[in-house]
Design a protein around this ligand. Sequence first.
Ligand SMILES: [Zn+2]
Length: 385
Amino acid sequence: MSPSLTDTFPTDWSYISEGGANIVFVYQGPPNPFFDGTALRLRKRKRAAIDEEKEGREILSIEYQKQCLQRLIPLEHLPRLELVVVGPDHDAEAWLRALAAECEPHRALERKETDCIDVVQPRALLATNLVGGGGIAVEIKPKWGFLPCPTYLSDATRPIKTQTCRFCMHSHLKAQQGQMVCAAYCPLDLFSGDESRIKTALNGLWDAWIESDGIINNFKVFVRGRKIVPEQRSSIVGVVNDIADAKEALTSALLPVLLSTPVLRTLARLQRTLDALDIEGLASLCDLSAIGADAEPTVADALPPPRPPTQRTCGTTSSHTPLSATFKDCSVIVRVPDGTATLIDLDPKSIERLRKWERLDREIVAAYAAVPVRKRKACVHTGAE
Ligand SMILES: [Zn+2]
């Protein structure tokens, strides 16, 4: 029988990071063949939550990885995922409450205000701890690495969307709203396969990390298993090379891995081929809006049917969880000196999420349409596979 989490102490798990839906811990307890080298991913719940659908999300993630992702991405670039039982009913909640209390001081204030660990979940996801060990691990959320295919775009948005990538337009909107952005980072640089452009992308991510004091969510740095904040950046020096400048030490270590790994290429190809339509084209074809109250006329009749290889290759799961959305929202963990790159957070996305993206997409493009043409950013897609 597999061990459960209650066989360990909550204090054996140390908080490492969190995203919108999940919070991650790594095992640092006494030697344990089952938990050594693992990371634990737990679901969070909104403080003001009305009961949302959540049962079985972990099972779905595992099935999704097995049935879909492993056919598209070589296993060596995916983390090992396993379901783990929290514990017997009466102990599980107490265990999770203790863990929640333990990690609270390490969490960012904005996070603490919006959500907390869901203490009634029966199971959690156990994954390979990719940020541990003696070297450096960097987590990059690359976002959308392509410009949409012009065919399905409207006349109004085509000139905008085929020149400036979604990420750069979104950065513009966020900056207007007073948010911290990665202004100098363009995903198309990271995905270009070109050394100097990848370097530009890494410099952009690093600079935004420093300027935002580590707040931006596209770039996280772990040194010898611990997440560092920008003021601790000197701890990078000497770990993987003799370069005295932290930025230079890190970027020059990451660069050869990003140049040689097939992961970015694969990711860009999957994003592009699974969603050549762009969300706008997808909405017009699949009538996303008809699912909700904000219905709009669609032009589905005038267009050929979408050719989602997603639904054919992956069975029922993907009809509710467009694969392209998964690949646009995942992260890659690059480890040096190991030289590995692994994709994480490849979760199925709900149709509700897709509809939210569609609304956001309209807002992003509308805001960018107001930028004078000569001031619009030209994001370069090299066509490198
Ligand atoms: Zn761009």
